[in-house]
Design a protein around this ligand. Sequence first.
Ligand code: FE2
Length: 284
Amino acid sequence: MTEPRPVVAVQSSQPTIEGAGVRLNRAFGYYEAHHLDPFLLLDDFHSADPRDYIAGFPWHPHRGIETVTYVIEGNVDHGDSIGNSGTIGSGDVQWMTAGGGIVHQEMPRVYSGMMQGFQLWVNLPASNKMMAPRYRGITKEQIPTSTPSKGVGMKVIAGKVGRIEGPVTDLIVEAEYLDVQMNPYAEFDHKTRKGWKTFAYVFGGDGSFDPANRDKVGTENLLVFGNGDSVVSRAGKNGLRFLLVSGKPIGEPIAWRGPIVMNTEEELETAYEEYWSGRFLKHT
Ligand code: FE2
């Protein structure tokens, strides 16, 4: 008998301007991060108007975190200080561990139609904040799909669902990252690890996530789950699509300024001092 997790918070993503002037929606960030440990931020960028995203995210540093970019539709060119460059295309994922320091850029290309993507920030524990940066580019074809129940399909980006394991393994912070698509009125009961933090972010259709509360949620809603061992969802008449993400909390202090997240203010000071004096990159 599983104990479904209750929905403890629902909020709508908020319009934000980031990078060199990209209009996006922030599902959660700085003010909510301590409720979502080990996750720090989730941005949803979607627009049919290239003026909303073409300015992109030119060269900028990161330290102390991982950034996970998932492109649903579109093309994002990227390059970084450890020698990677290429394009993240529709359905592809980039799992980038900034560790002790990386400088990179992420530049969306003009796309005909609606471009959409997500960026999740995963915190790193103190023991790994200064690790050598690493980069994993995963193509759409490498991401397995699973059909856990009737009318439900999911892409397993990270984690193991039944016998299907996502291509992003050997994670610093244990996590599961799923893209779930449900047909109208389909039902889905997904087991989650006890003690892990779990959230869902809806980006298509509508439905409900709490057996005790059938209130409908829809596109651009973030749902944060309380303790339990499963997430129970039911799609509405238009079906339902959402990211379902879980991770093992780190439980350490968060000191955060811009694209750098450390444990203490002193570490932040050091990071910025190193950046402005050209000593930021430890591994090139
Ligand atoms: Fe970045």
